[in-house]
Write a protein that binds this ligand. Structure first.
Ligand code: 13P
Length: 255
């Protein structure tokens, strides 16, 4: 039985004061009962991570600390980049990698994403490895070839045990921040195809344990239908995770 993972990706929103307020408000709304049923991770901007960590630790909130990105090298002359070593030291548990915004806007390639998946795991954290197709690719009937190609490239070289312990987030690019969500049937179909691909790459056990999230305009009004799908094990939530009330509703309905 895979425990759902509901992740809030704040992207470049909320300064560290707003971050503290949001997490403290969430703490009143989502507590131990929900966290028995679902894991919840929060992915603030880098400048907020230390503040959010302090709130989570001092109040023993039970949320997992997340990051949105990291470099694949431990250290060196990479101005502006953040090392996975530093994130691990801060108690970060989940690191998003290969997000479509990083791929499209910052030139991340499949090869770089593959190195990041490895680096994140090497430092004892769990990658939330993102894949997804553009609208043109979907309309041309290339959804599965695009998504499964990304899955194979990102997971190349990982052992079955490593594959089984990570999280794959299926985020159709046309559904991100647009208010358009894949229908639950469409999302299920792609998530099921991802699981079949994982079985092919890493065996049945890895496919059974890998968690597959859906992301793209997830809200409290659509999470229940998405989470009810057999191959959807959680959600990667952008805009709707910025508001503690709405994110709390999503966590409760997704648990
Ligand atoms: P939205 O929920 O704002 O569509 O963003 C999805 C996303 O990109 C999460 O990583």
């Amino acid at each position: 039985m895979r425990k759902p993972l509901i992740s809030g990706n704040w992207k470049m929103n909320h300064n560290h004061f707003e971050a503290i307020q949001t997490v403290q408000k969430l703490a009143y709304l989502v507590g131990k009962d929900e966290l028995e049923l679902a894991d919840v991770s929060i992915h603030p901007p880098f400048t907020d991570i230390r503040s959010v960590q302090t709130v989570i630790d001092s109040d023993k909130l039970g949320y997992a600390l997340g990051a949105q990105h990291c470099h694949f090298e431990d250290k060196g002359a990479f101005t502006g980049e953040v090392s996975p070593v530093f994130l691990a030291k801060l108690g970060v548990q989940y690191v998003i990698c290969g997000h479509s915004e990083r791929r499209e806007l910052f030139g991340e390639t499949d090869e770089m994403v593959n190195k990041k998946v490895a680096a994140i795991q090497q430092h004892g954290m769990t990658p939330i490895f993102c894949v997804g197709e553009t609208l043109d690719e979907r309309e041309a009937g290339h959804t599965e070839s695009k998504v499964l190609g990304q899955v194979r490239a990102g997971l190349a070289g990982r052992s079955p045990q490593q594959v089984g312990s990570l999280v794959i987030a299926y985020e159709p690019i046309w559904a991100i921040g647009t208010g358009r969500t894949a229908t639950s049937d469409d999302a299920q179909q792609v998530c099921a195809a991802i699981r079949v691909c994982v079985a092919d790459l890493a065996g049945a056990q890895a496919a059974e344990s890998v968690r597959v999230q859906y992301g793209g305009s997830v809200k409290s009004s659509n999470i229940a239908e998405l989470i009810a799908q057999p191959d959807i094990d959680g959600a990667l939530v952008g805009g709707a995770s910025l508001d503690a009330d709405e994110f709390a509703r999503i966590c409760k309905l997704g648990a």
